[in-house]
Write a protein that binds this ligand. Sequence first.
Ligand code: 13P
Ligand code: SF4
Length: 306
Amino acid sequence: MEFSDKQKEIRRLLKDRRAIMLAHNYQPAEIQDVADFVDDSLGLSITASQTDAEVIVFCGVHFMAETAAIICPDKTVLLPRLDVGCCLAESVTAAKLLARKAELPGVPVVTYVNSTAAVKAESDICCTSANAVRVVNSLTARQVLMIPDQNLALYTARHTSKDIEIIAWEGWCNVHDGLTVEEVEEWKAARPQALFVAHPECNPEVLDLADAVRSTSGMLKFVHESPVQEFIIGTEKGILHRMRRENPGKHFYSPSKRLICRPMKRITLDDVIAALTETRHRVTVPENIRVKALRAVERMLAVPRD
Ligand code: 13P
Ligand code: SF4
């Protein structure tokens, strides 16, 4: 693939600064194409924990860069823009979590990585959409509080092999939760040969229609390995770029015009150039919070991958 002038400038700056560029699967195509790694939240966290680069330019939403800052305090983690929040992460604060914990004494808290460092710091273990079921299966408790995504909590409750009660937080992602059964059914009727692959942040009625439920990188693996040629994709549209690039000849459809995460789309090539040239915007976490949050993230990373 031929890089544009701005992309060439980014590659030059990355080399000069001994930096790597990480991008989430929902990022704009031109950002994904120039990044060193494009992955889901778990994959990006693992890459951040293993890199020997001095600078990490994180193209994703705020909690993702913050997770890298929790794991890599000695590295400079840069978020090219600050106006890239996640509505799901914003649905819980440390104060609200502490109040709920007081009502549930002794109940461990499983926290989706889509959360702030301050919330992770008050949690027992983190999880992502790729490992939520495995994380819950690794626990010995009979009851857990799972925050902040109620759809992921309900999905995990249905699929855990443990006899465990999962208490869900009332939070959701507006992008995924907004996908409706009617929209999916309409697409399934129009494309009966297509498989429907969904993210666990979708609501349970939509997940009931899915042929596979996966994290974003899990979806990429699924469509690549499947002999089927057509797929309806129940997650943010940005992922279709990688799906099409990696699977020429296969067809991918987005079932709703609303499957767009606006904050994920804000970062531009100019923002990345400015981030690398001016060392902005550095994401840091106060040490007392970072150490506590790291414990929850490390417990998650210790759960074996499939
Ligand atoms: P993944 O970890 O599956 O990439 O999901 C992150 C996310 O924000 C989904 O909306
Ligand atoms: Fe957050 Fe939803 Fe955007 Fe994912 S798609 S980053 S959960 S707002």
